[in-house]
Design a binder for this molecule. Sequence first.
Ligand SMILES: NC(=O)c1ccc[n+]([C@@H]2O[C@H](COP(=O)([O-])OP(=O)(O)OC[C@H]3O[C@@H](n4cnc5c(N)ncnc54)[C@H](O)[C@@H]3O)[C@@H](O)[C@H]2O)c1
Length: 286
Amino acid sequence: MGAPEIRRVGVVGLGAMGAGIAQLAVEAGYETVGREVSDELGGKAYDRIAHFLQRKVDKGQMAAGERESALALLATTTDVSDLARCDLVIEAIVEDLDAKLELFRELESIVRPDAILATNTSALSVTEIAAAVSTPERVVGMHFFNPAPLMPLVEIVRAERSSDDAVEAAFEVGSRMGKKPIRCHDTPGFVVNRVLIPLLNDCLRVLDEARVTPEDLDTAMTAGAGWPMGPCTLVDLVGIDVHVHASEALYEKLREPRMAPPPRIVAMKNAGLLGRKSGRGFYTYE
Ligand SMILES: NC(=O)c1ccc[n+]([C@@H]2O[C@H](COP(=O)([O-])OP(=O)(O)OC[C@H]3O[C@@H](n4cnc5c(N)ncnc54)[C@H](O)[C@@H]3O)[C@@H](O)[C@H]2O)c1
């Protein structure tokens, strides 16, 4: 399969990740169609992107005219068939395999045969998602990090049957969006989460084993290991629920005890102590 030149990008799901990805796409000059389940959610995502671009203008990172040009490239829709002319569609809907399989089947029936289909899944198998369509060669992972406009990395994930052309086209798009893309194969957690999730779980177990406070653990890892942010601060930022979910997903796939979420953090999740977003996690936020 020869990959098409990417001019039009579709983003399905304009939540935390999808809206950020759509912002990156229009900033990179791609005509972009974002699909949500309701006009209200599509409108909210559009407004959020317009707001973030305005902040860039206010900070002197972007000219007002560039913001207008970027926004002129963005359309939102609830109709999947509006993605028909896209050369690349990036899926960022809920982390649910059945929902993603259904969407990929629908997308395959709508887009051109050579259009690339990418998933932003964190914990599902890209190969399993690709198996939903009759042309799995065109399916790759494009795993952005949260918040997508700010985090430089994107993991370009090769599934078992991804074509070289599809992988390279996704890599190019990641570069043009100003990201630092890396190539990897489809394994649980890909690269960053495969390393980071068990490492953070080790840190959280040390809280109890060494009877150290969250503040002192954070100081230990920033001042002693050169981490830019301590593990408790990081987990609060990521969200306790998100970290527990990612740990459980990796544990389910790999059965390595280090992947399992420590009981202390599961209890925090169940108690609604979700970190920064709920106002309290390891720390309390205003
Ligand atoms: N949040 C993170 O830190 C993060 C990081 C990397 C990857 N991811 C992955 O990105 C994906 C999205 O995560 P999120 O945090 O943005 O979720 P989110 O809940 O913020 O957004 C998902 C959006 O998808 C919409 N949606 C659901 N089904 C849809 C459909 N069929 N068509 C169009 N829109 C649909 C929902 O209305 C919602 O707005 C997941 O696969 C997740 O694993 C998340």
